[in-house]
Design a protein around this ligand. Structure first.
Ligand code: COA
Length: 377
């Protein structure tokens, strides 16, 4: 018989022990591999974060060079994968569908490897998949990855075909580090469930992409950017916020299931975005973003006095990625380019001490029925 206690959405249930990241929702702290997010995000390259996640400590010079070389060597995708991405782009499938198709076919032409090999393969291939899809969407040829560029720089290069500036590379490194892991969120849980059956890490990454696609998980920065543009044009943040709430809609980029204060990732990305916009002398757009935050937090406090609603990660993700020239259509896929590192680290951690993840459901359906033949129903 089943237990009658049901935790909708598994809220408050602890499903794993992890060394990867820790969140304190009350005080608004996020720690990755023991480092406060503010420190890791602004100092590390994405490769350093990946090493930390996969190995539990920062790499030495040599270890870092080794990981960079291994990832760089695994960036290429096969002609077959490119053909799938071209078709997806021609049919104007969303970027997350293309990333799911690319992830699922990423092992074509590769040898079976260890879980660690699979982890590196998908981490390395994700930027190439997204960039190739995006180039096809623009009616252009994909730009081949360059082994001499770092992970972040190479992604920007493959998207635009131009070598990125140091400021843009630093901006993207900061973004990729900031969102690389965040406890057992829905997509990370999905990845852990898949490998807990002793399936493989590429399957886990593919399933996790499907989970990240949903608007309740990774889909908010696109609508956030639309909101910025509308407010920037009208110059009326207050009117926008009040009208949105009066229509009974939620304000995108605010509120969080875990944080009861400002999302610490919003703070990191806000500083990174401010630095980037100031350096590029495009401060007006960013001023709109800041005005909107200030005004929305006040109005949300009036609107929901018993629930603190502050800026979440998606708000400044939209500002930063837009500033970096990353198209809105690939915002969520760019989140995937980062988060795949967290997924892979969680999969390896799950396998260290595995037990198949198999919760129960409380049955509330019919009972005591007797069979009626089809013609008599
Ligand atoms: N704008 C307006 N009201 C909001 C809100 C927002 N962004 N976020 C939450 N609320 C309100 C809800 O309407 C609800 O009010 P009610 O009790 O009168 O129904 C109350 O605050 C609690 O919301 P709840 O749905 O229980 O919060 P949650 O923890 O389940 O939701 C989010 C968290 C992120 C899904 C939610 O805040 C949201 O939808 N935000 C906007 C989308 C977004 O930015 N997503 C990215 C998340 S990183």
């Amino acid at each position: 018989m089943s237990d009658n206690t049901t935790n909708q959405g598994l809220e408050g249930i602890t499903v794993a022990e992890t060394r990867i990241s820790d969140i304190d929702g009350e005080s608004g702290e996020l720690v990755i591999g023991g480092y406060p997010i503010e420190e890791l995000a602004t100092n590390a390259t994405y490769e350093e974060s990946i090493f930390l996640l996969l190995n539990g400590r920062l790499p030495t010079d040599r270890e870092l060079a080794n990981l960079r070389a291994k990832l760089a060597a695994r960036r290429e995708i096969s002609d077959e994968v490119r053909a799938v991405l071209r078709r997806a782009a021609e049919e104007e499938k969303p970027a997350m569908d293309a990333l799911r198709m690319g992830a699922a076919t990423a092992t074509i032409g590769t040898e079976d490897g260890t879980p660690q090999d699979d982890a590196q393969r998908v981490i390395a291939a994700f930027p190439t998949i997204v960039a190739a899809y995006w180039r096809y969407r623009q009616g252009k040829k994909p730009v081949a990855p360059r082994e001499d560029l770092g992970h972040a720089a190479n992604y920007l290069y493959m998207l635009s075909g131009e070598e990125p500036t140091d400021a843009a590379i630093r901006g993207l490194e900061t973004y990729l580090n900031t969102v690389v892991d965040h406890g057992v969120n829905a997509s990370t849980f999905t990845a852990r469930v898949v490998v807990s059956t002793e399936s493989d890490l590429v399957s886990a990454a593919t399933a996790a992409v499907g989970t990240l696609k949903g608007p309740l998980h990774g889909g908010a920065p696109g609508p956030v950017l639309d909101m910025f543009k509308e407010v920037h044009e009208s110059g009326e943040p207050e009117g926008y916020v009040r009208e949105t709430l009066e229509r009974g809609e939620r304000l995108m980029g605010f509120g969080h299931r875990v944080y009861r204060v400002r999302d610490p990732r919003a703070a990191v990305l806000s500083t990174a975005a401010e630095r980037f916009y100031e350096a590029s002398s495009n401060t007006e757009f960013f001023e709109t973003v800041q005005d909107l935050e200030e005004c929305a937090v006040d109005i949300l406090a009036e609107h929901k006095p018993d629930r603190r609603l502050e800026t979440n990660v998606e708000f400044y993700t939209a500002a930063l990625l837009h500033g970096l020239g990353i198209p809105k259509d690939v915002f969520t896929a760019t989140f995937g380019v980062s988060r795949v590192g967290g997924w892979m680290a969680h999969c390896l951690e799950q396998l260290e001490n595995n037990r198949v993840i198999r919760p129960r459901a409380h049955y509330v359906g019919a009972t005591g029925r007797t069979w009626t033949p089809v013609g008599e129903r």
